[in-house]
Write a protein that binds this ligand. Structure first.
Ligand SMILES: Cc1ncc(COP(=O)(O)O)c(C=O)c1O
Length: 375
């Protein structure tokens, strides 16, 4: 179907993701592998195109959260090893094994299930042991790993490929809990009796930990944000990356209004002068958070303008400044840059009292994604 689409779109620069990857590759020691995190539709950038780009540029492993995400990648022809960070549910083991996926394991019974199913199918399967060193979320408690030693014997059908853990406060370099978690992880690795029998790949670091704890990277790192060009720290990073995503729309109506006019639901904005209000075909269903109402900005003709009135599900309004001539079809930048102005994902997240992760994961599926070519 060749339908003309609504003029609201997200541009994704795969070349920028590639540059971010190369920049990270150079930053790391040569023997540290990269497990590229592409869960949640590659943080809203589109799992398949991003994973294809990262596979081509040399990511060692891709990581997703759940089986469904891994299957999407396999169906698209992605052959790289895929780590499933949240493991699997009873009944999913067959597909895990058939599709050569590598789940995280965080309960003893999961190892047995994998071993039995691997043997039944006659296909060996690998897995990672997720260790909880202080997040108190998913994983075997670091102090109790000795209870799983007996389950993790080197079986022909189910093999442990490594251990990993996740820091709870990696953004805060000075939080002592980071060193506690790193120490606990090291202790687990040292005490695990079968360690030397396997080809082990152990890892701990997400993007923030890569920057804050470069001495605790072990055999691999698990970056998400950095690949998408977002600095996870509040301070400037010594690793240069740039955002690969822009969110854009166009004006679909312009109306002249008198001073004192109520704008949008609840009339939360009233014009202070006779002015022009432009309507944009984008709303909170597309990922333009309602908390940006009367607070956030857009860029028109290289000039930052305020969003006025409440953002509704599908529409948003801006006030055209005096002496500016806006026209139907003029491009409006919601995230990204236009002329000398820029609206960053971090800035939007700050306005919404949230994190860049939530902004990126919030883009609606009905927003068309346009990809740069020639990677
Ligand atoms: C276990 C795990 N590792 C790595 C990442 C990647 O994190 P970041 O995007 O901060 O690099 C995540 C993301 O939430 C995660 O859950």
């Amino acid at each position: 179907m060749n339908t003309v689409r609504r003029p609201t779109w997200i541009e994704i620069d795969l070349n920028q993701i590639k540059r971010n990857f190369i920049s990270l590759r150079k930053f790391l020691k040569r023997n540290v592998r990269i497990i590229a995190v592409v869960k949640a539709d590659a943080y809203g950038h589109g799992a398949v195109p991003v994973a294809k780009c990262l596979e081509k540029i040399g990511a060692d492993v891709l990581a997703v959260a759940i089986l469904e995400e891994a299957l999407e990648l396999r169906s698209a022809g992605i052959k790289s090893p895929i780590l499933i960070l949240n493991g699997f549910w009873p009944g999913q083991e067959k597909e895990i094994i058939r599709e050569k996926l590598t789940p995280a394991i965080f309960r003893k019974d999961m190892i047995k299930t994998l071993r039995q199913e691997g043997e039944r199918l006659g296909i060996p399967v690998g897995y990672y042991l997720k260790i909880d060193t202080g997040m108190t979320r998913l994983g075997f408690a670091h102090s109790r790993v000795n209870q799983i030693f007996t389950e993790c014997f080197n079986s022909r059908w189910a093999n442990c490929e490594g251990f990993y853990t996740h820091l709870s406060s990696a953004e805060d370099k000075n939080d002592p809990v980071n060193q506690v978690q790193i120490k606990r992880f090291k202790q687990v690795l040292e005490t695990f009796p079968f360690r030397k029998n396997f080809l082990f790949c152990n890892h701990l670091a997400n993007s923030a930990a890569i920057l804050n704890f470069p001495d605790a990277l072990f055999d691999a790192v698990r970056p998400g944000l950095l690949l998408y060009g977002i600095n996870p720290l509040d301070s400037p990073s010594n690793l240069e990356t740039h955002s690969a995503l822009s969110f854009k729309t166009s004006i679909i109506q312009i109306k002249k209004v008198d001073a004192g006019s109520r704008i949008g639901y609840g009339g939360t904005f009233r014009t202070k002068r006779n002015s022009e209000i432009a309507t944009l075909p984008v709303g909170f269903a597309d990922g333009l958070n309602r908390l940006l109402s009367n607070k956030g900005s857009v860029i028109l003709h290289g000039q930052k303008l305020s969003i006025v009135g409440r953002i509704s599900m599908d529409l948003t309004t801006i006030e055209i400044p005096e002496h500016t001539t806006a026209r139907i079809g003029d491009e409006v930048c919601l995230i990204g840059s236009q002329g000398d102005e820029q609206i960053s994902i971090k800035e939007v997240a700050d306005h919404c009292n949230t994190l860049p992760y939530e902004v990126l994961c919030g883009f609606g599926s009905r927003v068309q994604r346009i990809y740069s070519k020639n990677i």
